[in-house]
Design a protein around this ligand. Structure first.
Ligand SMILES: [Zn+2]
Length: 242
């Protein structure tokens, strides 16, 4: 199988007993937000088909976490390689190794260098297409309130417009769900804890090293969420950030 062939950990074998109204595609990066969304969709009784994208992230730690979790849960999981479009959307420090990654909190202006142009519109378009293809009427993704300041395509107005478009773009209307649209990272974690989730198999750090850096915006936001609940993050950090 070539590097550019979409890979299925387990193929989307559809059970005919499940109606389209109970089948969902979940955009699942392997990070803690989409990990929680994945479990929320399962808890709501959906037959979940996880969809991950290799868009040329600086590292594959998140995707490895996604593969492991889907295998453990026995979920249909596709990892789609969209690196072919990299030349169109590479002006971001998240996908361009020539650009230094900013450190510091999300609300600092320098984090805008981590915006991948039009990312969620591209990913949602593909996920909605996949949903139509497998006769699923639902599509979940993990936009959350903490992303609003930096990422325009995580804001409510974007999600509302995408919901409208997904209802009319195909013969089959697809409902787009962003269950944590107005939630903070700490709120998402609280919901995951209530569902009994173990966040050891999630990866958040922008760097893909053996231990998380604890310094990038993504690590800092994650650590703050655990701290808000008086919990210790189960993933290893370079230094103890408790
Ligand atoms: Zn980090």
């Amino acid at each position: 199988m070539s590097e550019h062939t979409p890979v299925s950990a387990s193929n989307a074998v559809l059970s005919s007993s499940i109606p389209a109204s109970r089948r969902a595609v979940v955009i699942y990066s392997g990070g803690m937000d989409s990990f929680t969304v994945l479990h929320k969709a399962i808890a709501q009784g959906f037959e979940v088909h996880a969809l991950s994208f290799n868009y040329g992230q600086r590292h594959s730690r998140e995707l490895e976490s996604a593969r492991k979790v889907c295998a453990q849960l026995g979920l249909s999981h596709k990892v789609v390689d969209i690196r072919a479009i990299h030349g169109l959307i590479d002006n971001s420090s998240l996908t361009n190794n020539d650009q230094a990654l900013p450190t510091g909190d999300y609300d600092e202006g320098n984090m805008t260098s981590t915006v991948v142009p039009n990312r969620n519109m591209i990913l949602l378009s593909l996920a909605i297409g996949y949903a139509v293809n497998i006769d699923a009427e639902h599509c979940f993704y993990g936009a959350h309130g903490g992303d609003h300041a930096i990422y325009p395509d995580c804001r409510p107005e974007f999600v509302e417009k995408m919901q409208d478009v997904a209802r009319i773009a195909n013969y089959t209307p697809v409902e787009v769900h962003a269950p944590y649209l107005t939630a903070s990272k700490a709120d998402i974690l609280a919901d995951g804890i209530a569902m009994g989730l173990d966040y050891a198999d999630t990866w958040t750090c922008y760097l893909g090293e053996e231990a998380a850096c604890g310094e990038c915006g993504s690590c800092r936001e994650r650590l703050a969420a655990f701290a808000a609940h008086g919990l210790t993050d189960p993933v290893p950090y370079r230094q103890s950030k408790g």
